[in-house]
Write a protein that binds this ligand. Sequence first.
Ligand SMILES: [Zn+2]
Length: 271
Amino acid sequence: MINYTERIALLIEDFVRRSPSLSFINPAEILVFGRFGRADRGGAFATCHCLTLPTSEPGYFFWRDRATGELTRQSEWFVTKSPTVRVGRTRIKYLISFVLPRFCNQSLAHSRMKADRYPNAPPWVGKLDTIVHELYHIDPGQAGLRRLKCANGSDSERSHVPHFYEDVARLVNAYLNSGPDPALIGFLEYDFDALADRFGGIVATTFTNFPSYPQRYMERLPLPASDPLVRIERIKQANQPELYTERDLHVRHFTVASARRLTRKRQRRAA
Ligand SMILES: [Zn+2]
């Protein structure tokens, strides 16, 4: 079987090596994993998840009486934190998830705007564009996700200003012109069914709490209420680990309709 997320990770490594403007990225600090999403439904193809955002300031939710404006209830105090993800001795700074099988069936033909940025390119370049799009969200200052400038030089509220897409297309075209090894990018030429036929199946790295994965969570703080008479609502405790390691990674077999954990025997065959 083909390990799809491993193939993407190897491609990312090569892409970064051949792209001087992305030299601030350390591919060892990126973990690529799979999420399930049917190809016949709409939705995201991939997402860049940042693990380097600092813990938030302490805060709480509150409710007011509509008529009097008086504070009626408040939640417990909490901070919002990013979990830590470590693989061996490396602390992971970014996760990039790919939605399978949906991502595998992406094609330039499905998006006019994308196709316009890649005239005469084969349809699978749409997938390379998505991979690089997610990489391009990594902030050069490693301070989270890339902040984008508007045409007037101010910070944009949106993370996708028009030149974001153009920058990505420029990087993709430069990479393709640099003569990358077909053994590294060839897997993108096939859609999900063709790839599964060719390799006898598609597996991907996932987290053991699949379909969940490391996400920001709230941690309760033992601070008194801002008004001693107000009712306190408990906040929902996070039901996910604060620390994920390589022991929290599993390989799953993805089909058009499901993602099942591999048994040891099948895992050996997929290696
Ligand atoms: Zn984006």
